[in-house]
Structures are given as C-alpha cells and as structure tokens.
Design a protein around this ligand. Structure first.
Ligand code: SF4
Ligand SMILES: [Zn+2]
Length: 368
C-alpha cells in the first residue's frame, strides 16, 4: 500500500513548529546541580475560612519536566533536566525539608514543587510518591500542595497517595493555561487536553482533593485584546466545572524559551499591567481570582516582567498583590495616562494561526 502523506493543517504545522523550537532550546546543565532544593521560602496565606496560616514553599532539585514543550517555561534552565535523576535524592530532599529547626518559621502548609508533574511516574516513580506522602503525614503538616499536568492526576495515581497522606489535606495545582484549544495546545504548547483536565477534576472530587487551576494572561502570539477574551472565557469554563480556586499568571519572559526568542525579535511583549488589571476585573464578575504575583516581580530567575509606565507600575503591582489577598476590586488602581484602550476582541483562530506561521517562518527551526 502506498503511503499518501496527509497535509497538515496550519494549526498542526504551527504546533509542531513551536514544539520543535521549544524542545531545541532545552539544554542539560554542564555539570550536575547538587541535590538540594533550588528554592525555599516562607509566607502566610489566607484560608477560605479567613484564617491566616504559614506556608513553606519548596522547589525540589529534580530532573525536570517530562513534557517540556511550553513556549514560556524556563524551568529546565534551573534543574537537572536531561541528566539521570535519582528518585532517592528526591526523598532525601523531602526528609531535609521536613526536619523542623528551632529558628524556622512555623508553617502548616507545605507546597512541594518539582518543576514538572508530581504524579508523572517518569518524574517521580509511584512508590516514591507514596513514600513522600508518608513522610509528609508523619511530619504534622496540615496541607500539602503539589503540581501536575492533569493526565497524570487519575484515580490510580491519587488513591494510594491520598491514603498515605492520611489526615493531611491535598491540593493539586494544574496548569490548564487556557480553555481554548488553540491557545492551550498550540500557542502555550502544553500537552493538556480538556478531556484529561475534566477527568482529573472528577478524580480529585471523588477523593476530596482540592484543585487549584492556573491560567495564563497573554501567552506568546496573542494580542492584549485577545488575551483578555481568553482569560474571561477560560475563567468561565473553569467555574462552570464548579472549581473555586483560580490563579491568573501574567506571562513573564525568561531566557531560553520561545517567548524570549519572540521578545528578542520584537514580536512579543509580556502583558501590559493594565491588561492584567482589566482581565482580573472582567474575570471577577464570576468570582474573585488570585494573581500569581511572582510573575509580576519575582526574583527567582531573570525575566522581562509585565509593565506599564513608571508612574503607575508599582501602584498596579501593589494593587494586584492586595487584591489577591482581599478579593476586593477597589484595591485595584483605576487609571493612568498611559492606560491603553482595552476592548477585548473575539479569538479569530484562523487569523491567529496565519499570522503566527508568517511570523515564525524566519525564526523557528523549519518543519519537515
Ligand atoms: S508542563 Fe509545566 S513544567 Fe512542563 S514545560 Fe509546561 S509549564 Fe513547564
Ligand atoms: Zn501609567
């Protein structure tokens, strides 16, 4: 039988091209980084019942994400991506993280990130996941937070983990990024289907696990006006599934990512801070959201951050930080002379694909 090549659609070509480009930018470190958490911080968070409690946030030194195709993600620059990771080293890091010292701030919530998907067996073998859960339970933590792509969040992976956690509450952060298939699977270029996401939500609900959903504000190749529409529609989709916890992540541009290359070539800017404010205001009509403020002025790695003008930028960032704590829209600044007109526009998907392919042609590695 002769094989007749099927011509790819524009969207499929764009997705393949962005995946190839993203993966081509990933590099293993020249020498292995030590098996110590690459980030530890302490802060206080407000629970739904109004109580404020301590949180310890840890990013383990891992072998990185097993599907590192996302166009904005710099995590593989920070860990031992591409090198053989020893699962025992992860358990050892967790044990050290849990050993309380007298001068350590008190905390009840432990956020344990691995720069990828906690429940992906290629990143953390299933038996190691359970060992970590047992250690956390034995350490008297009240709530554990991990992150994972939804295809790994199944009854099979969750059940033994939840059982080993005992009374410890579990929250799983899922980077859905967008409810729009073109934006999520092609522009953000993440391997997340809506079907897998919805299945994960059902599995979590069945086992009493709390979902926390991350959505991006203005991924590469969207305009400011399209980005607002994308956020509002995505928040509506997540809320329709009965999910409360939504965090908006304004895109920051970090080295060795597709977003960085596009920015460098003058084809992309992180969202204007007024776009972030407008997206929050419009999303708030459904319910309060949180904003990932580390994406606004984080110091964890070099980035180009969302910005506006020197008159209002700090005011907006402060306002977004306050709003994320209070959920009160009056904490957001009203205006500034620099505020652009921000009317959301509908996503014209064929036009987005065509203009992105055109823009990528001289930049991205070519597709076979
Ligand atoms: S799935 Fe997460 S860790 Fe992996 S590349 Fe995407 S954003 Fe980064
Ligand atoms: Zn301004």
């Amino acid at each position: 039988m002769t094989h007749v090549p099927v011509e790819k659609t524009g969207e499929a070509r764009l997705r393949a091209s962005l995946s190839k480009w993203s993966l081509a930018l990933r590099r293993a470190p020249e020498s292995k980084r030590p098996d110590d958490p690459r980030y530890i911080s302490y802060d206080r968070i407000r629970l739904q019942d109004g109580r404020v409690i301590g949180r310890k946030k840890v990013i383990l030194m891992s072998g990185g994400c097993s599907v590192p195709t996302c166009t904005m993600c710099p995590f593989t620059n920070e860990n031992n991506y591409g090198l053989q990771a020893r699962p025992e080293a992860l358990v050892d890091q967790v044990a050290r993280v849990l050993a309380r010292t007298p001068d350590e701030p008190d905390y009840e919530v432990l956020a344990l990130y691995n720069d990828g998907s906690f429940f992906a067996p290629r990143e953390i073998p299933r038996d190691v996941q359970v060992v970590i859960a047992r250690r956390v339970a034995a350490a008297g933590v009240r709530m554990l937070v991990v992150e994972s792509l939804p295809q790994f969040v199944t009854l099979k992976s969750l059940r033994p983990f939840v059982a080993a956690l005992g009374d410890v509450e579990l929250e799983v952060g899922i980077g859905l990024q967008s409810s729009d298939d073109l934006v999520r699977e092609t522009l953000v270029n993440t391997r997340v289907s809506r079907a897998a996401f919805e299945r994960a939500v059902v599995a979590m609900r069945q086992l009493g696990v709390r979902p926390k959903i991350y959505l991006m504000i203005k991924p590469p190749l969207l305009t400011e006006a399209e980005a607002i529409t994308d956020v509002v529609e995505s928040v509506d989709y997540v809320r329709a599934l009965g999910i409360e916890g939504v965090t908006l992540c304004p895109t920051r541009v970090s080295r060795d990512t597709v977003a960085w290359q596009l920015w460098n070539a003058g084809h992309y800017q992180p969202p204007n801070l007024w776009t972030v404010v407008e997206a929050v205001r419009r999303a708030h009509e459904a319910a309060a959201v949180r904003v990932a403020c580390i994406n606004l002025r984080g110091t964890d790695f070099e980035s180009v951050f969302p910005d506006s003008c020197p008159e209002c930028a700090d005011r907006i960032v402060d306002g977004l930080v306050r709003y994320s704590e209070t959920g009160d829209l009056s904490d957001l600044p009203r205006s500034c002379a620099c505020r652009p007109a921000l009317e959301p526009v509908a996503l014209d998907r064929p036009a987005i694909v065509d203009r992105s392919l055109e823009l990528l042609a001289p930049l991205a590695p070519s597709q076979p």
